[in-house]
Design a protein around this ligand. Sequence first.
Ligand code: FES
Length: 118
Amino acid sequence: MSRVSHHLLLCATPSKALCCPDPELGVASWARLKLLVRDLGLEDPAREEGIVLRGKADCLRICAAGPILLIWPDGVVYGGVSAERIEPILRQHVIGGVPIEDWVVARYQFGGHRQRSG
Ligand code: FES
């Protein structure tokens, strides 16, 4: 069984287009996320910290300032996740363990609590 370090959920091309009305922006972010998760070795089963899973979400209940990226188990929600923001988020937060606070729009905690940032 693979160990998992993080699960990344990206709301980039939602069916109701509430957080990300420009589909091109979301498509580019999703493509960049898939590419970099692979190229940075985050899917490698031999990775000591565990693999990084990623998936598309249809809505993460933020519904503004998309694309929206939720990172588990940290519960950190990023907004405005353009393709250009994907690499810094992966390097600084997922690999380095330090969230990029300026881009955080909310935080979730296990137990259903959501805290707005800023
Ligand atoms: S539609 Fe993207 S968070 Fe709700």
